[in-house]
Design a protein around this ligand. Structure first.
Ligand SMILES: [Zn+2]
Length: 62
């Protein structure tokens, strides 16, 4: 779905309600289009999880 992928690019992900899970009491899920991990930060409020070391600026230099 090209339109769906475009929505993802703008941060409007589509939660896959068939694959909800639970971690540390938080409800978690994934976007059905791009598989971005999402979490319920408040009732009915789903946000993409912030991943540590996402690659912007911080890197391990050997
Ligand atoms: Zn997405």
């Amino acid at each position: 779905m090209k339109l769906a992928a475009l929505a993802c690019a703008f941060g409007k992900h589509s939660l896959d309600t068939d694959k909800l899970g639970r971690i540390h009491g938080l409800r978690v899920g994934r976007c059905r289009h791009c598989a971005a991990p999402m979490e319920e930060t408040a009732p009915q409020v789903w946000e993409v999880q912030r991943v540590p070391d996402a690659g912007l600026g911080r890197r391990y230099n050997l």
